[in-house]
Design a protein around this ligand. Structure first.
Ligand code: PLP
Length: 452
């Protein structure tokens, strides 16, 4: 094996990790879900080393951020070069060529024809906020509504949170939310919100519901500015919609002059086997929200859209750090690596291999209810019963912890899915070894939980 991983020298959390955890609890607001006590010291490629010297295979990629792996030499080199030139000079007040080149590069990469313009941000949520403002302003306030989807996750700021509907805890303490969001059912083919339907029929039903119920009983389609959707739901469970869903949604949007905002924050930049996930279905968004993998680990995002739509007037929207030149240098290197190595093809190939291996495990193990995904964005759904498909949260928690202790980093998505999102550059040997560990752990879980 190219690298010595996994290597567990002391059961985590080891003594150094425990010390950091204690200090963390005293000074960091504990508002987030920590999956397990991993305390990172360094990363290289698809390997993470913790503060006690343990080495893990990374199937998280910093939550779908490190598409070209940890510390890719080209990214590090590009960042160093930019550090010596200038670190910051607010793009929304002045000019620099690095931002223009990056926006030109984005315009060439996104599946938006006829020219695209970019607004740079620092995060996914901020890209969503910008997208919401852009589409509402485009219609000069005459279309106040945005239809987003149940199970969708768009971020934690007020607009993004109001658009999201993946877990009640994300919203519970924070009312009142931003008005104007309507949540439609998302066609999860495994747990279709329309009883008795599966697959394509579920996708068609989701679009018909918007027409037959939302448009005929709640709001006129002429009051709706946009559909905001994740082409594959991320946080909501790595849910791939039926093939007909997005093309039908696009058709409905065009019929009523409604814009499409694709949230590709998690699915973008070759993660799913295409540069952007909407390309799987030939869908052309009007606006795309991007972030995560864009900066190679540095905070960078963008709202990119048709030039005609990206038309907010001067003074109406800006930020201090968006399009930071160091993050843009990293972006440029990330794009060089993705394009140079055609990483979408690698993502597709390794993803198919994983679906096959995990699919075979699903047939053998009653705890695995469903395996789905595109490219290296794969969800493994754990259930109490294959027939009722009742989620098995307890088994999920056990599988994640057990994998961690065996040197594999994976986390959950939705209620009870294991999410697999390694760097797209992961060495194939490491990838195979990671899958092997996961299947062994799933086997153990099957034995353990089917006895009770
Ligand atoms: C699809 C999607 N949209 C938006 C966001 C929010 O991004 P950020 O955490 O950078 O604000 C996320 C984060 O996980 C996401 O997965």
């Amino acid at each position: 094996m190219a690298v010595d991983a996994p290597r567990i020298v002391v059961e985590p959390p080891g003594p150094r990790a425990r010390e950091v955890l204690e200090r963390d609890e005293r000074v960091i607001m504990q508002s987030f879900t920590r999956w397990y006590p991993l305390v990172v010291k360094r990363g290289y490629g698809a390997v993470v080393e913790d503060v006690d010297g343990n080495r893990y295979i990374d199937f998280n990629a910093g939550i779908a951020v490190l598409n070209v792996g940890h510390n890719h030499p080209r990214v590090v080199e590009a960042v160093k070069r930019q550090l010596e030139r200038f670190l910051h000079y607010s793009l929304t007040d002045f000019y620099y060529e690095e931002a223009v080149s990056a926006a030109e590069r984005l315009a060439r990469s996104v599946p938006i024809s006829g020219g695209a313009k970019t607004f740079f941000t620092n995060s996914g949520a901020e890209s969503i906020e910008a997208s919401i403002k852009v589409v509402r302003a485009f219609f000069r306030g005459t279309r106040p509504y945005i239809i987003s989807f149940l199970g969708g996750f768009h971020g934690r700021t007020y607009g993004a949170m109001s658009a999201s509907a993946s877990k009640p805890v994300h919203r519970a303490r924070f009312y009142p939310l931003v008005p104007g969001f309507i949540h439609a059912p998302y066609p999860d083919p495994y747990r279709c919100p329309f009883p008795g339907l599966e697959g394509e029929a579920c996708g068609e039903a989701a679009v018909s519901y918007i027409e037959d119920y939302i448009f005929s009983k709640l709001v006129d389609p002429g009051e709706v500015a946009a559909f905001l959707f994740e082409p594959i739901q991320g946080e909501g469970g790595y849910v791939v919609p039926p093939d007909s869903f997005l093309p039908s949604l696009q058709k409905l949007a065009r019929k009523h002059g409604i814009l499409l905002i694709a949230d590709e924050v998690q699915t973008g930049f070759a993660r799913t086997g295409r540069m952007f996930a909407v390309e799987h279905w030939g869908v052309e968004p009007d606006v795309m929200a991007l972030a995560k993998a864009m900066g190679g680990g540095l905070p960078l995002g963008a709202a990119v859209g048709r030039s005609e739509v990206m038309s907010l007037p001067r003074g109406s929207h800006a930020n201090t750090f968006g399009g930071n030149p160091v993050a843009l240098a990293a972006f440029n290197a990330v794009m060089d690596v993705i394009e140079g190595e055609r990483l979408w093809e690698r993502s597709q190939r390794l993803g198919e291999k994983a679906l096959k291996i995990l699919g075979e495990a699903a047939e053998e193990l009653s705890i695995v209810g469903h395996v789905r995904g595109k490219g290296l964005m794969i969800g493994v759904e754990l259930v109490r019963d294959e027939n009722t498909r009742e989620p098995h949260k307890e088994a999920l928690a056990w599988v994640l912890d057990r994998s961690f202790k065996r040197g594999l980093l994976v986390i959950g998505a939705g209620v009870s899915a294991v999410r697999i999102a390694p760097p797209l550059t992961i060495e194939e040997e490491l990838f195979d070894r990671g899958l092997e560990i996961l299947v062994e752990v799933l086997r153990e879980a099957d034995r353990r939980f089917s006895q009770v």
